[in-house]
Write a protein that binds this ligand. Structure first.
Ligand code: NDP
Length: 293
């Protein structure tokens, strides 16, 4: 049976570390890191994420600024809010909750954020820095996955990693991070041929697709480490339930280690967001960054 990688416990430790560092910064300098989150529209899942982010930001001792804007907010209005936050010295991180309503150009909006405050790591400058192996603000979900992998496996050098999914927010940056840790990386997607065989070759298998249980146990190499990024809402026995992209009950018998859904990658995303905000605050104020940032 696979070891269950407890992302919830790991994220709790990361948040506690961030809270200690925030308290120390406050005591020594009087500076308090600030995170601004912008939500446009009424997507219920996004509203829950934004609430959780705000609550955990405050719990770690940082300032949380929430901007809940109506669904018909124009691009000019949204860009004006971002411009104001870019210039606000009390704000060290800015996050625009995705997806945006269809009339807003997400690339334009994200690229309006000051890259130094882009704590989601989605600005094209940060994407370019990551892609060229330079120090960048790293996207939170892939960073969380990497932290879990390093914690479980130690040195990742030379391992075969397969990332299923090539989105800009998960799959591609995940692959870049694994490459940065000297894995041999394959990125698979909806047009990939022989996906099962490719997955069976993976020492590290990262699933970021958005299809409930699409990866069965017999696609997994015995002993492999499986990171399930998928968050899918399904109905089971008439009850709503969250499941990943991996068939957990099947995979747990084959893998060496696996993240559950919920309680695996999900909690790491917000923990990394808070760590990124602290790092951005340190850089903005010429302070030494916390170790490992
Ligand atoms: P996207 O929909 O943007 O990307 C999905 C990717 O999966 C695409 O690259 C797509 O390929 C690929 N894909 C779709 N069907 C198949 C298939 N049959 N075989 C192989 N590849 C396939 O999703 P995201 O990357 O945004 O999210 C992926 C999952 O991760 C979702 O469940 C999401 O909820 C979850 N998520 C979890 C987070 C967390 O905090 N834990 C944060 C962000 C996302 P193609 O490009 O060819 O279309």
């Amino acid at each position: 049976m696979a070891r269950i990688i407890d992302g919830k416990a790991f994220a709790t430790r990361v948040r506690a570390l961030v809270a200690d560092q925030v308290a120390q910064m406050k005591k020594e300098t009087g500076i308090v890191p600030g995170l601004a989150v912008i939500l446009v529209g009424e997507n219920p899942a996004s509203a829950v994420y934004v609430r959780n982010k705000g609550r955990q930001t405050v719990e770690t001792g940082m300032n949380s600024f929430e901007y809940i804007l109506p669904a018909d907010t124009t691009a000019d209005e949204l860009l004006a809010v971002i411009a104001r936050l870019n210039g606000d010295p009390a704000v060290h991180g800015i996050l625009v909750q995705l997806p945006l309503p269809g009339h807003l150009d997400a690339d334009l909006v994200i690229n309006t954020i000051d890259p130094a405050k882009d704590v989601d790591g989605f600005h094209v400058s940060n994407v370019g820095l990551l892609g060229t192996g330079q120090k960048a603000m790293l996207p939170c979900t892939p960073l969380g996955c990497l932290m879990l992998l390093r914690d479980h496996l130690g040195d990742l050098s030379g391992l075969n990693a397969v990332v299923v999914g090539r989105s800009n927010i998960v799959g591609k940056p995940m692959a870049q991070l694994l490459l940065g840790d000297d894995c041999t990386v394959t990125i698979a997607h909806s047009r990939t041929r022989n996906l099962a065989d490719i997955c069976r070759d993976a020492d590290i298998l990262v699933a970021a697709v958005g299809r409930p249980g699409m990866i069965p146990g017999d696609w997994i190499k015995p002993g492999a480490t499986v990171i399930d990024v998928g968050i899918n809402r399904i109905k089971s026995d008439g009850r709503a339930k969250l499941v990943g992209d991996v068939d957990f009950a099947d995979a747990v018998r084959v893998a060496g280690a696996i993240t559950p859904v919920p309680g695996g990658v999900g909690p790491m995303t917000i923990a990394c967001l808070l760590a990124n905000t602290l790092s951005a605050c340190c850089r903005a104020n010429g302070l030494a960054e916390p170790e490992g940032s």
